[in-house]
Each structure stands twice: as C-alpha cells, then as structure tokens.
Design a protein around this ligand. Sequence first.
Ligand SMILES: Cc1ncc(COP(=O)(O)O)c(C=O)c1O
Length: 231
Amino acid sequence: NDIEAIKKATEGNPNVVAVFFETIQGEGGVNPMRIDYLQQLRKLCDERDWLMMIDEVQCGMGRTGKWFAHQWAGILPDVMPLAKGLGSGVPIGAVVAGPKAAHIFAPGNHGTTFGGNPLAMRAGVETIRIMEEEGLLQNAADVGAHLKAALERELGSLPGVKEIRGQGLMLGIELTKPCGALVGQAAEAGLLLSVTADTVIRMVPSLTLTKAEADEIVALLTPLVKALLAE
Ligand SMILES: Cc1ncc(COP(=O)(O)O)c(C=O)c1O
C-alpha cells in the first residue's frame, strides 16, 4: 500500500515488466490493498508500460460483492488469473487477458491434459449464470457487511483483537497471538474456518450465506476467541 516504496524499489530497473498481486491477499492474512493505492499503481503501470497482473483466484468471482475485488477501485488489469469459486467445486482455472496481453498466448501455446474440458467449462458457465440469477454478488455484499458488523460488535473491542478487515464474504480477524488451535476447536463446534499468517482467522464462507447463518457463525466463534485470548 505504499506507492513510493514500489517506485523506489524499481527505479531505473529496465528488467521490470509487470506487477503481480492480489487485491486482497488471502494466504498472506486477508490484507486488502487500498483503493487509492490501486489507482496510483494502475497509473504507474501505464507510465512505465508494465503489465498489471491481478490474481483474483481467492478474492474474485463475487467474493467481495463485485465480480472482481479490483473493481472497487474502478481499475482494469491487463491479466487476471481466476479459479476456486469459478467452478463451484469443479476443478477449473482461467487466465483473462486484455488488449495489452491477449495476443501473447495463441491457440496451441499452452497445452494441458484437461485444459478446456467440457465438464469444467460447463461448470464455470453455470456458476456465472446461477450467481447472476440468484443475486449472489449483492448477497455477498449485504451478508458480508452484516457479518463484519456483528464481529466488530462482539470481538472488535477486545484487547487481543488487532483488526477486523476485508470486504464482502472475505474477512479476517487479526489477533495479537497465534490462533491455529481455533481451527480444530471451531470444527468441533460445527464451524469450518482457517487461520492464515499465524494470527489471522480467515472467513471465506459460501456466497449463499444468509444473515441468520452469519449470526450463527458469530455465536459459535465468539466464545472460542474469548477463551483463546484469556489463556
Ligand atoms: C490467491 C491465490 N492464487 C492462486 C492460487 C492457486 O490456485 P490453484 O490452486 O487453482 O492453482 C491460490 C490457492 O490455491 C490462491 O489463493
């Protein structure tokens, strides 16, 4: 989130041809890029003729309430990998490219055994159709805001909670201590979550989540976090 740092790190280096990043880092600990930083970075990429490559594998496909998380900044990437939610569980990956990069791969350049197979392609098409029909982007935005507000209310003021961040249904709760133990405890209570970057509880629930289910998540998670912080 520091445009001066990237300028300094790349100044006078002719070998830099692209930047590659996630709009919201997933494994890195649910770290969002600021909107103004994304806009500044787009401008820098244009000035320096760098490709802007945005990995939306985890934060894309509706998770934040827009199709792609970078759309909140009103920018367009030149290259964008997608996967995960694109196939609703059927293995699929895709790379989307705009005019600056689309010519680089020609048919036949990139072969894989299962690339473009009809089952996975159909799963992708149907996923997009169902997401549109069922208004799942709006649901992710609405239920995500509800969940975040409830987490803020229940956990936000605890001294061991550093920050609750993220957007839509991609949320992270950063604690002041490692919280890997919560994964097993939550699973026993009937709640699947993951911990990234050692101290961040990551929540990336289904985009069909309801507000009542979000409340249930908070009710299950709150006592576990309080108990962990009290240890
Ligand atoms: C942001 C991000 N990019 C890429 C990948 C890799 O995607 P795949 O497992 O489909 O190769 C992952 C996780 O698996 C991810 O979280």
